[in-house]
Ligand binder design. Structure first.
Ligand SMILES: *Cc1c(COP(=O)(O)O)cnc(C)c1O
Length: 449
């Protein structure tokens, strides 16, 4: 197998191997790491995986990227431990499936990525006797998944930044009740502000002594595990599929696109966004304009006005986009349209969809999943493409009880995994949206370690 090198999407930083791409998170030129080629799965491998369970599929795929850096035994243990919960695929109509990625400990699909990433990072760090301070910005679900995944890791201290007014009580409690190596900070601003503070800290040479790293979807370790469930969906549904992905930072979609490049027969990606429609408009017009500030929609984990993974998507299609969102080389738009169709869904449509899915199928979906299902319906009406479609449900409805109650008058039951956190005491700091204040905070916190 040819060795995979990782280049920066800004093309101004040296290539690195997979271990360094994971431990660094962001490249020195603020670009994102991308593999210089994508390994493939052979016919025989797909055949063999037909009867495999989720951890085994994960092992086969992750090994393609990690071979030589993690032993088979180590990787097998990581996959077995990280994926110890079910991944149900429900058929709701003749050609429509819902894949529920919400059965992990924090009841959102980000558990899939966070749990593998935390274990990989801990393994690499312990081996080298190193420690890291990880910064991550969250619009709701990343923080809880990442905090839960890193909680108790000896080599890692985690700081989570979240926008004070944009996360639900339940999302917040899942991160603020952990303590130990997990510090949580609320910022008086938006998700994009949190993300900007994190990005500024990474490139601030005054902070180089802190050993900063990232756990946002900018880290390739977050992306890699998100390839697996697309392969799994194909294997379970058994023929060519379309997939429908509720998207915000586009890490989830990137995982799918890489799965397709690896050989998984996925015909079309239905890309579903809320009213933050900058990418849907870019596909249509070839003009990219960020939305600043991002709009506050009820699918709050997708309130992203400038998705960090977009530069990766553009790189995958031969273009170049810098970290500010300037496109220096247009990607192959024809190929993008061949592979993807994007739809923006309003909050009103989202609520209507929650209601109609419940009435039609007796299934409760939450706002992110509903954005996806509505986009899928739009796509089918527009194209009459009836290829079996797997719609991703990215969170448990119990994470968004307010909306569900309002629309269908049902209180979605709290999953076991979340009950405990709801009872515990919360601890978090509050900071203004100001880089110099944040920097001072980091330095003080580090001195206290
Ligand atoms: C993060 C998240 C999304 C968006 O995923 P991206 O990879 O950022 O596109 C969608 N739904 C939920 C519930 C999420 O937590």
């Amino acid at each position: 197998m040819k060795k995979i090198n990782f280049y920066s999407t800004n093309l101004k930083a040296p290539n690195v191997n997979v271990k360094d791409a994971i431990l660094k998170g962001l490249a020195a030129d603020k670009g994102l790491y991308m593999p210089d080629h994508i390994p493939t799965l052979s016919e025989a491998e797909f055949d063999r995986l037909k009867n495999a369970d989720y951890p085994e599929i994960a092992f086969t795929i992750l090994k393609k990227f990690l071979d030589g850096f993690v032993s088979d035994d180590e990787l097998k243990q990581i996959c077995d431990e990280a994926y110890n919960f079910p991944v149900p695929i429900e058929k709701i109509d003749s050609n429509i499936f819902i894949m529920r990625l919400d059965r992990g400990p924090t009841a959102a699909f980000k558990d899939f990525a966070a749990r593998a990433m935390a274990r990989l990072m801990e393994l690499f760090l312990e081996r080298e006797n190193r420690r890291l301070l990880i910064l991550t910005a969250t619009s709701g679900d990343t923080g809880s998944a990442v905090a839960n995944a890193f909680h108790g890791c000896d080599s890692i201290k985690l700081i989570v930044l979240f926008p004070e007014k944009e996360v639900t009580d339940r999302q917040r409690k899942l991160m603020t009740t952990l303590g130990d190596n997990i510090t949580v900070v609320s910022i008086d601003g938006k998700f994009d502000d949190c993300q900007a503070l994190v990005k500024d800290a990474f490139v601030d040479s005054d902070l180089s002594g802190l050993n900063l790293s990232s756990a946002n979807s900018i880290n390739f370790a977050r992306l890699m595990p998100q390839i697996v469930y697309y392969v799994y969906a194909y294997l379970k549904c058994g023929e060519e599929i379309n997939v429908c992905i509720p998207s915000g930072n586009f890490g989830n979609l990137m995982g799918g696109l890489i799965a397709k490049k690896m050989g998984t027969p996925i015909k079309k990606f239905i890309v579903a966004v809320n009213e933050n429609d900058e990418v849907a408009r870019f596909f249509k017009t070839q003009i990219y304009e960020k939305i600043e500030p991002s709009l506050n929609c009820i699918s709050n984990a997708m309130n992203v006005g400038h998705p960090s993974n977009l530069s990766r998507l553009i790189a995958l299609y031969g273009g170049i986009m810098d970290e500010k969102g300037n496109i220096n080389k247009l990607p192959d738009m024809g190929k993008i349209h061949e592979d993807m169709a994007a739809y923006s869904i309003t909050d009103e449509e989202t609520k209507q969809e929650i209601k109609s899915v419940y009435e039609k199928y007796g299934v409760i979906v939450e706002p992110h999943g509903a954005v996806g299902l509505k986009a899928m319906e739009n796509y089918r009406l527009e194209t009459s493409d009836s290829t079996p479609v797997v719609c991703i449900e990215t969170a448990d409805p119990a994470k968004f009880p307010e909306v569900i109650r309002e629309v269908i008058n049902i209180d979605p039951p709290l999953p076991e995994s979340m009950k405990e956190a709801m009872e515990k005491e919360e601890h978090y700091e509050k900071l203004a949206c100001d880089y110099s204040e944040f920097k001072k905070y980091l330095i003080t916190l580090d001195a206290g370690r």
